[in-house]
Design a protein around this ligand. Sequence first.
Ligand SMILES: NC(=O)c1ccc[n+]([C@@H]2O[C@H](COP(=O)([O-])OP(=O)(O)OC[C@H]3O[C@@H](n4cnc5c(N)ncnc54)[C@H](O)[C@@H]3O)[C@@H](O)[C@H]2O)c1
Length: 261
Amino acid sequence: MGGRLQGKVAIVTGSATGIGRAGSILFANEGAKVVVADRNDSAGEETADLIRNAGGDAVFVHTDVSKSEQVQNMVATALKKYDKVDVLVNGAGILIRTQSRLADISDMEWDLSLNTNLRGVFYGCKYTIPHMLERGGSIVNISSVAGIGPTPMAASYGVSKAGVINLTLTAAREYAENRIRANAIVPGLVDTPQARGSTGSTERFDQRAAEVALGRAGQPEDIANLMLFLASDESSFITGGAYVIDGGGTVSSWADLRRES
Ligand SMILES: NC(=O)c1ccc[n+]([C@@H]2O[C@H](COP(=O)([O-])OP(=O)(O)OC[C@H]3O[C@@H](n4cnc5c(N)ncnc54)[C@H](O)[C@@H]3O)[C@@H](O)[C@H]2O)c1
């Protein structure tokens, strides 16, 4: 075990699976006490068990991030168990790909996307920041490359992730005086249940991975490494950033466009 987060308490939402789980495990390996927050109880408990079985300290709390009272309960649980919160990772998210163009998106899809991906980040910040005001802290929000470009057939997702970046920049500016840093991670294709589910088939997923400049999809651990850096004091001069981590996925699509034009 390392000690890059020694003595820190971290809340990680969306940590039952994928990127959030990898981040939670890495945080615990680096000495953090971790609040595993997710709406998926069985997989969330499993993440906390994995941490405890490896000698770390973690508690699972059932949390639907789109529900104000559940996010308040998440923060209260962290304070009750560990007395403070130093790090908040807002990682919970859903990708609904209904293959609908803008005019055909249902109110239900729009609300579900925005309520989970953007309102959930807002609630995480809203209820955690008051407990960081005195001591400072680090907020890491998970956006997506979908938030920095058009997202055909998944507009509600792209809009929600663009909103996450703007919210992050605003939080960074407003709370810098309290030594609360806020940064966004902007992943490209990462091999998780969400990404595999959204691509529809293994063949399509592999094809998309091969189109990435570095020739592969990211692993959850790739994102967790950046998450750790932004959570730790090693990044103490970094706030208000949005960091693309996509194996060169966005540069390869721009280059391909130029070749075609
Ligand atoms: N995998 C990718 O290619 C990719 C790319 C860019 C961004 N992202 C973002 O990374 C984050 C993690 O996604 P992932 O790929 O690990 O997917 P994932 O499906 O493995 O993990 C998402 C987690 O969020 C949880 N969740 C969903 N809705 C929730 C809610 N309302 N309340 C609480 N928890 C909820 C799920 O139960 C799950 O554990 C998401 O915000 C996603 O949008 C993923």
